[in-house]
Design a protein around this ligand. Sequence first.
Ligand code: 3PG
Length: 306
Amino acid sequence: MTKVLIATEKPFNGAAVAQIEGILVKAGFEVAKLEKYTEKSQLLAAVADVDAIIIRSDKIDAEVLDAAKNLKIVVRAGAGYDNVDLEAATAHKVCVMNTPGQNANAVAELVFGMLVYGVRNFFNGKSGSELMGKKLGILAFGNVGRNVARIAKGFGMEVFAYDAFCPAEAIEAAGVKAVANQNELFKSCDIVSLHIPATAETKNSINYAMCSQMKKGAILVNTARKEVINEAELLKLMAEREDFKYITDIMPDADAEFKKFEGRYFSTPKKMGAQTAEANTNAGVAAANQIVGFIKDGITKFQVNK
Ligand code: 3PG
């Protein structure tokens, strides 16, 4: 019997888990759950006899793949799959998929929740500012970036975007101003919202040179990945520029250092972007369906390690 493990250090909500289990059980699969685990050894033990795994930001590396002798597929219920060692998965003949777009609206809504909090001085009682009329720069125009653009228009913001992989025409077709390059985006916008994945090219790319081009009163919002930030250089910039705010959904390694910039820094304690009932259900159900499609019919749509 096909056995599927739901391995979530940060669990889906109960209703989403029930739906995921329902789909897998209906397909005739056995379901195991490993939630809120704290040690890698627990994951290594849990994967020993499973054919498929549903994960979130849980790390799947060569050691986990070695321990999972029957494994055929890993589905990351979410967008970013930088937590999975794709080369090792391919070497182990394991198919890796994500569920693109399923939690995009949830992340985009959080951008604005955090932005309103930021421009209102973290609700400290002092007069803040509004988003209407401000220039918002969206870095990477994928599923999240597009949702951010849609919501920004509702706030009456002027919306700009740059995406190294998305043609300017596609950005303009969505009613957003396409800028020529990343520097231009940082130079021309009051607020920049990051939606790039963590790759060899993007890691540490949001650095002093990039951010120091931003206007007075600039805000950098990060709901993407902490790895894209050059933390030492951003700290240097924030020490130099008392007008600069950093708001993030991914706690930096140097959280304690950033906290010294009181009133100009906010981080959620745990990544909250995709943590809604709707996103949990959308991504979890998609992951379960993708596993059924792969095991029963060999469907490889959304495979990321081709
Ligand atoms: C994603 O890549 O889909 C988001 O960062 C959400 O990650 P999470 O499932 O760990 O909340």
